[in-house]
Design a protein around this ligand. Sequence first.
Ligand code: HEM
Length: 390
Amino acid sequence: MLDEMKRYVGFTPSDEENLRSLQPHVRPLVSAVVDRFYDELFRHQATREVFSGGHEQVARLRATLKEWLGELFDGVYDESYLRKRFRIGVMHVRVQLPQRFMFLGMELVRQELTQHLRKKDLPRIEELLESVHRILTLDLAIMLESYKESYSDQIRRLERSSMEDRLTRAERLAEIGQLAASLAHEIKNPLAGISGAIQVIGEHMSAGNPHRPIVGEILRQINRLDATVKDLLLYARPRPPKLVNVSLGGIVERVLTLLKEEPAMNGRRVEYARPKTEVQVLGDDGQLEQVLLNLMLNAADASPPGRAIHVAIEADTRWSRLTVVDQGKGMSPEILAKANEPFFTTKAKGTGLGLPICQRIVQSHGGMLHLESAAGRGTKVTLELPAGEE
Ligand code: HEM
């Protein structure tokens, strides 16, 4: 890397020679340059703030800057020089010195050295100053390189920790899934028993019995519990899909027919843009119907009556896409971020498992379910599935 940088700025052995020859002239200037450097840094708030260690730190820095200046004129610019300069850069990244101050600081050093050296009436001064300019540029390049490395290190660390977060989350969810499945099994059978017993009691009540409505309410609540338990089992123990060529349009038509009878759709229009040609996907008819039904009911739930829900299909050679777009209440970025989490719901009667079940089904089809939403504007759900086989 060092050789390449030297070639770039045309740094040759004659520059090394020039810099070495300047050493005795620079030595008496070092204090003045260092003073000017720190005076300037302390004049500006943005640079002043970088020094958190008080006078002691500044005293240490004056000494290290003097040493740095001295080494500039040693005439040896090898790999160990590179490593030393690189470490100085790392130190600046650590104190979070913005990169622009590296440029500005170096320019200060250049101005000071140029100004003082010009006064000395040295022969070939322009050529000597060119060499100074080149070594300062090399130093700057090396120090900035360490910024790049440290930033990518930081990014790698961040990525690793967010990956670990995701893994522990996935493990936690898997555990919850297992627990939910066994709990659901435990609940299912007694629930069926209670439901049967209540029905028997109800049948033995006379038509005028004032407790009849209570029995009806108990049965309704049992049905709700039963639906939750079924959802829980579906989520925790998904059935692998039987993948065959199915018509995506056919699925839409069947779901729309089913929804005609659905009270939850009450007043919501569905506008379906039928594809001009048949769109086939590789999928499990029943499971995909379940996904679309869920998406449509979500869209209806979010939409005010009278607002249309738009359903469309499109396809290319590899993927088929089905979109459900509503103009309902939409979701804030915070809610959207949690929408796929099991048991998260904003609905009074929701189980918080509808979308997670859909996600699982779609993933087991090798597809993707993607949500875009804006609060007050509506939601667009895109279901992407591998295209069917010829
Ligand atoms: C041409 C520009 C600069 C050079 C050549 C330079 C040189 C150095 C050197 C040699 C060190 C010591 C590194 C070590 O201990 O390993 C250092 C550290 C440091 N520099 Fe610079 N510096 C420059 C610009 C700046 C600027 C512009 C600021 C502040 C605005 C700054 C603030 C610091 C701080 C806070 C430290 C850490 C000091 C400590 O607590 O040890 N430097 N710099």
